[in-house]
Design a protein around this ligand. Structure first.
Ligand code: HEM
Ligand code: HEM
Length: 182
């Protein structure tokens, strides 16, 4: 959409892209291989085979202890993503006419990015509220935060499909432009 990307543009894009992909990995682990009931089942079966019986509650407690150091990285990298997000907003606000869409496709792209940034704002604020907010907001924040995948996955599919179409179509080299600048 743009002719060139400044070094700061690119650093911010890749910082956000990699932090979000990393965070998605922690979510994926939490919901699949390291899901607490799943791990609790393995623990109970394994111990049962050597004649030790523990309750479901005990097994879940241990499962959470195994999961916790992994999911700590969700929070650590989440703070970094929040920092990058704020820097992006500050940087964009210093530039006038950052984007000047020339046609319907470019207008659509611009709106996709805007909507994405608004939703990402909700994700980050609700994430921080779960950790540091008042008790009465905890459950609401958690429910909203957990809805993140509903916009993030469609965005990523759209983003990657768009990039491939641009790359084989009229905007050859768009990916190199986001890496090398021009
Ligand atoms: C891994 C491969 C990726 C490549 C090659 C890539 C490439 C690009 C390119 C070329 C643009 C500019 C598009 C244009 O001007 O029309 C762009 C913009 C953007 N990308 Fe990516 N992207 C990748 C991953 C991601 C990921 C994982 C995210 C975040 C979830 C992301 C979020 C964005 C956003 C929000 C924009 C709008 C401009 C900005 O804020 O930097 N991208 N990307
Ligand atoms: C790009 C940023 C982020 C994304 C995409 C993201 C995404 C998600 C998703 C999809 C879940 C739900 C996992 C599930 O269903 O079990 C989740 C859970 C969680 N996130 Fe984030 N998150 C982000 C940033 C943050 C930040 C900045 C914090 C706070 C410092 C945070 C704290 C949490 C906590 C505490 C949970 C667990 C909630 C629970 O106990 O059920 N997240 N995150």
């Amino acid at each position: 959409m743009r002719n060139s990307y400044t070094l700061i543009d690119r650093l911010l894009h890749w910082a956000l892209a990699f932090t979000i992909l990393f965070i998605l990995l922690t979510v994926f682990l939490r919901l699949n291989w390291m899901e607490k009931n799943h791990m609790a089942g393995i623990l109970m079966d394994g111990l049962f085979s050597i004649d030790i019986e523990i309750t479901k509650d005990q097994a879940i407690k241990i499962a959470k202890q195994i999961r916790s150091p992994m999911f700590d990285w969700h929070l650590i990298v989440g703070y970094i993503a929040a920092g990058v997000y704020v820097l992006r907003l500050i940087y964009n606000s210093t530039k006038k006419n950052l984007y000047s869409p020339k046609n319907t496709t470019e207008k659509f792209q611009l709106w996709v990015y805007r909507v994405f940034y608004i939703f990402l704002g909700f994700t980050l604020i609700t994430g921080l509220l779960i950790r540091f907010g008042p008790d009465f907001l905890h459950d609401v924040a958690e429910n909203i935060h957990k809805m993140t995948l509903y916009y993030l996955i469609p965005f990523l599919i759209l983003h990657f499909t768009g990039l491939i179409l641009a790359e084989i179509g009229s905007e050859k080299g768009i990916v190199s432009k986001m890496i090398g600048g021009k």
